[in-house]
Design a protein around this ligand. Structure first.
Ligand code: NDP
Length: 397
């Protein structure tokens, strides 16, 4: 029996719950728990309209490892899927260690008071997970997640050495609002307003936020301006790819989005430093989040497609080789299937597939792992079957 416990009932948690319920032969049942149980109940009602599936709901504050451990003991899941926020990663990992259950997440730990995401805090759990014979799978979303698996697949099947990787993430969706973020605004804006960073010849190089950009012609979307950013999968891929000389991450933004962001930054609304307001301490970015549309509400309004992929260059049998592997996802098709837009969909489907790899034993090794450290083949196969088909273009010579 492979009952899973899903923590977090936001945009991504909703997709994970839907996709888990579509695979009852793998996941015999699930409990969806979050801080606000009414959100879990609303997702349960959506799923009930579509099919009969043993989905229960629960309330939990995942910042509290004791409360988390109590819930895990009650539910007795085979796996805990952390689809809450990066701030909860360590407390949920602690609860998994205490109760002896495997762990999965989609984003690496970030302390609440510093916009700095790094794997060091979670990699430090390696020995504790190994000693207990437990597995923690880190970053099983799209980027990180599928992008890491695309690189692992290229390393296993295409290249003797990979020299450069450019991860390119385009969202050509239009939700009709002047400004909104496609996933948690606080996490999204912290990421975008940070300095850009890429890895070259063994060193990290820093760039001013959104200062490096170029145009890329994305299949099924067309030419878009994409901006160099730091993204968490660069840290693990720089370690795990053979012969790598450079790795960068790019994301597209519209001129309208960037203008809004610049204004908000200039007036201090994106700051995470608390300020006093009418006798009360508030964090400007958290206040902004309260004003912006809830990402989960963008689903019915968003039209257009996403395209996320990896452009990889290297050598095979002494000759230069270049591959481009990507997925195209349609916002409206996602909404029709799971009542969510493509950003949540492209994150939630890989989280479900990562969970599937773990509960079926296809990926089962004690310790803390990034996605590229596991066999890419069964995961790539499931992407094609579960809603995120991929395309690979290859240039020889
Ligand atoms: P949302 O803000 O929409 O949802 C977060 C959910 O987590 C909410 O239901 C919230 O509960 C719950 N939550 C927050 N804090 C707690 C807590 N202390 N205890 C219990 N539940 C809590 O975020 P998204 O769904 O957009 O994103 C989810 C995760 O996916 C994030 O970590 C994000 O970084 C990651 N992500 C990864 C991507 C990838 O490709 N790898 C891409 C996009 C997102 P409540 O509503 O009750 O407050």
């Amino acid at each position: 029996m492979s009952r899973v416990l899903i923590i977090g009932a936001g945009g991504v948690g909703q997709v994970v719950a839907h996709k888990v319920s579509q695979a009852p032969e793998i996941f015999s049942g699930a409990v969806l728990a979050s801080r606000t149980v009414s959100k879990c109940d609303a997702i349960k009602a959506q799923i009930k309209k579509r099919r009969d599936y043993p989905l229960e709901t629960a309330q939990v504050d995942a910042d509290n490892p004791r409360e988390m451990a109590e819930l895990i003991r009650k539910v007795q899941p085979k796996l805990v899927m952390n689809i809450a926020l990066p701030y909860q990663d360590l407390s949920i990992m602690d609860a998994c260690l205490e109760t002896g259950v495997d762990y999965l997440d989609t984003a690496n730990y970030e302390p609440l008071d510093t916009a700095k995401f790094e794997y060091k805090w979670q990699w430090a759990y390696q020995d504790r997970f190994k000693e207990k014979g437990l597995m923690a799978l880190l970053g099983s979303g799209f980027d990180p997640g599928v992008t890491n698996v695309f690189c692992a697949h290229a390393q296993k099947h295409r290249f003797d050495e990979i020299h450069s990787v450019d991860i390119m993430d385009a969202n050509a969706g239009d939700h009709g609002y002047p400004f909104a973020t496609n996933f948690n605004p606080e996490i999204n804006i912290r990421e975008i307003t940070a300095k850009g960073r890429f890895w070259e010849q063994g060193d990290w190089k820093e760039t001013d936020p959104l200062s490096v950009h170029k145009t890329w012609d994305f299949p099924e979307i067309g030419p878009k301006e994409m901006y160099l950013m730091y993204h968490e999968e660069l840290e693990s891929l720089a370690k795990n790819l053979r012969g790598l000389k450079r790795i960068r991450f790019w994301m597209t933004f519209s001129e309208r989005y960037l203008t809004h962001l610049r204004v908000l930054e200039n007036v201090g609304m994106t700051s995470i430093k608390p300020i006093m307001f009418e006798g009360r301490e508030i964090v400007p970015l958290q206040f902004l989040k309260a004003l912006l549309p809830d990402p989960a509400s963008l689903g019915p309004r968003t039209k257009g497609k996403t395209n996320i992929g990896c452009l990889i260059e290297g050598v095979k049998d002494g000759k230069p080789l270049k591959t481009y592997v990507y997925n195209v996802c349609d916002h409206e098709e996602c909404y029709a299937e799971v009542e969510s837009q493509a950003i949540s969909y492209t994150t939630g489907v890989p989280a479900m597939i990562g969970g599937m790899m773990m509960v079926t034993g296809k990926w089962k090794q004690p310790g803390v792992w990034n996605m590229e450290q596991l066999d890419p083949d069964p995961f790539m196969e499931q992407l094609n079957l579960r809603g995120l088909p991929w395309v690979e273009e290859i240039w020889n010579g």
